[in-house]
Design a protein around this ligand. Structure first.
Ligand code: NAD
Length: 256
């Protein structure tokens, strides 16, 4: 990758799959240089192939968002080799659908460790770099399960609820450094995570309450993320949680 002070550089965690990969592709189309990171080596290799048309403007780096030293290294190497970081998208995450009474403390800890602590670790490292170089934008990936009391989401939904308020707090504390922080809260999106977790019974439940009567695509989330991370298009937006959910949160108790 070529280092140049003019390039817009974004890090995308969970960049090898689903929403993160789609977002990386859209950012590349919109002229960003992208550093994707993910813990899954096979998915990273597949992502490199999927994004091959943008060769020279992205790199994929293996790393775990819960590893503080690895994330510090990622930020440092990105700034050194590519340029000042102007965007961060935190898509790395895991989900489970388990009734509250069957949720173990280990399960709860693991989900919070990756979804919440992992988001915190990379966001803090990237924000420190953005502060030093004149600002940027962070977009976290929450979930509609962090905005509503969905059944089976004790661990996952509470982790996403934490991301919602972490986003607001970062927006408040980082505005003075020229850093905007927003979140996208997806509804059900067709990704490998959902393929693993959503049984047909779960799919029926979602389709019953999504006003647009279908699951979304990773690109439909990526477009919203790309808007929020782009200082030219969303310069007056910070501290917001944007549900991109086909109308799920608006539907509430109503029949469609
Ligand atoms: P996905 O499984 O396709 O992608 C997630 C990626 O994160 C994977 O490549 C995985 O390897 C990576 N990852 C997991 N733990 C990691 C770690 N510790 N360090 C680094 N990488 C790690 O899933 P997705 O559906 O694209 O999910 C992306 C984000 O969107 C997640 O935060 C998820 O909670 C959120 N989300 C998804 C949906 C949905 O319906 N798909 C809905 C709401 C929110």
């Amino acid at each position: 990758m070529t280092a140049s002070p003019e390039v817009r550089v974004a890090i995308v965690t969970g960049g090898a799959s689903g929403i993160g990969l789609a977002t990386a592709g859209i950012l590349l189309e919109q002229g960003w240089q992208v550093v994707g990171t993910d813990r899954d080596a096979d998915a990273l290799a597949a992502a490199e192939t999927a994004l091959a048309g943008h060769a020279g403007r992205f790199r994929m780096v293996q790393g775990d968002v819960t590893d503080e030293a690895a994330m510090a290294r990622l930020v440092e190497e990105t700034e050194r080799d590519v340029g000042p970081i102007r965007g961060l998208v935190t898509s790395a995450g895991i989900g489970r659908d388990v009734p509250f009474l069957d949720t173990t403390a280990d399960m709860f800890r693991t989900i919070h460790e990756i979804n919440v602590v992992g988001t915190f670790i990379i966001a803090r490292a990237a924000a420190a770099a953005m502060r030093a170089s004149g600002g940027g934008a962070i977009v976290t990936i929450a979930s509609v399960s962090g905005l509503t009391g969905n059944i089976g989401r004790a661990a996952y939904g509470s982790s996403k609820g934490a991301i919602v308020n972490l986003t607001r707090i970062m927006a408040v504390e980082l505005a003075r450094f020229g850093i905007r922080v927003n979140s996208v809260a997806p509804g059900p999106i067709e990704t490998p995570m959902v393929a693993e977790v959503h049984t047909s019974a779960i799919r029926d439940q979602w389709n019953d309450k999504v006003l647009l009567e279908r699951y979304g695509t990773p690109a439909e989330i990526g477009e919203a993320v790309a808007f929020l991370v782009d200082a030219r298009r969303s310069s007056y937006i910070t501290g917001q949680i944007l549900a991109v959910d086909g109308g799920f949160v608006a539907c509430g108790l109503n029949d469609k």
